[in-house]
Design a protein around this ligand. Structure first.
Ligand code: GLU
Length: 317
């Protein structure tokens, strides 16, 4: 991957999928990534992960919400759909090392296959890992007859990899034969995250802890690509009142919806302070930057109760 233009200066980033408006949990993770970058002297970058679920105008609207909260990225956002050649090059470099194979399985094939001995639960059972060329031709023809193409997978040993997380400590997960390019030709999340973080000089990833178990396999992929290792800081999630990960269907959870129910940006920061365990005293981004001690943030997930009416920010009335 030497042709990648690796940036020397350290950076953090926020990489939302532009699939719609961000909810308060996404906003909290993004603000934490920003605050961490400011506190540690890193550049703060924004990446538009638009290879998969895209809703027109969502990327612009997400950036506008952050601008209203006082956050602007230090560089122009990186747009993944502009970088397809670079992802193709990453796969080629893995292919040169014999680390890529075609997979002809459907989701149903994978569910129905007996799992490989010693493979972690849910791991790809290895059906297509060691096929001969004649069988591969046969499978390619079978898919082509249905108008489909094979996916590309990474060849691994399913061995465990450990990374260190600033909040969670060591995270160990098996590397598995993850998909690098899907059958529909879309480059897979794990590949592009690793390639883009390295290309932008991201040396610490701050994001929601639903992605914590992806960190070891992403670190493994980075090392196979000869890319520098990053640090990790996974932050607790925001849940709905039933204890599930907050989602837009939970109602008044996006910034736009909260504004419509009377919230101001000061209310957002007051909620951030409270939910992270620092009390309701913050009213601005500067308060958040000054007030956060990452060693002391609340480790438990926070339940978000959509407002019935506008909350009061102390000292403003
Ligand atoms: N685009 C991913 C998401 O919106 C985040 C990817 C990452 O932070 O690594 O969930």
């Amino acid at each position: 991957m030497n042709s990648l233009n690796l940036q020397a200066r350290a950076a953090g980033r926020f990489a939302p999928s532009p699939s719609g408006d961000l909810h308060i949990g996404n906003i909290r993770s993004g603000l934490l990534a920003y605050v961490r970058a400011r506190q540690t002297g890193r550049r703060f970058l924004w990446r538009v992960e638009d290879l998969d679920r895209v809703s027109p105008g969502a990327a612009e609207s997400q950036l506008a919400v952050f601008a209203e909260l006082g956050v602007t990225p230090d560089e122009a956002p990186l747009i993944q759909s502009d970088r397809l050649d670079i992802y193709a090059e990453a796969i080629t470099s893995l292919q040169h090392c014999g680390l890529v194979y075609e997979c002809y399985c459907s989701r149903k094939d994978i569910q129905q296959a007996p799992s490989a001995p010693h493979a972690p639960p849910g791991a790809y059972p290895g059906t297509c890992r060691s096929l001969g060329e004649v069988e591969r031709e046969r499978q390619r023809d079978r898919l082509a007859a249905d108008g489909r193409s094979p996916a590309l997978r990474l060849r691994t040993e399913n061995s465990p990899v450990t990374v260190h997380d600033e909040l969670l400590g060591d995270i160990t997960a098996p590397t598995d034969d993850l998909v690098l390019r899907r059958g529909d030709g879309v480059y897979a999340y794990n590949l592009i995250v690793v390639v883009d973080d390295a290309a932008s000089g991201v040396d610490e990833v701050v994001r929601g802890d639903d992605l914590a178990t992806s960190a070891p396999r992403q670190a493994h992929l980075a090392s196979l690509l000869g890319l520098p290792a990053t640090g990790w800081l996974h932050v607790p999630l925001v849940l709905n009142e039933s204890g599930q990960r907050l989602a837009k269907r939970d109602g008044a959870v996006t910034y736009q919806q909260l504004q419509a129910s009377g919230w101001t940006s000061a209310d957002v920061f007051a909620w951030m302070g409270e939910s992270l365990g620092f009390g309701p005293g913050w009213t601005s981004l500067d308060d958040m930057i000054a007030g956060i001690d990452f060693n002391r943030i609340r480790r438990e997930p926070t339940v978000f109760t959509p407002p019935v009416e506008a909350p009061r920010v102390s000292g403003l009335d």
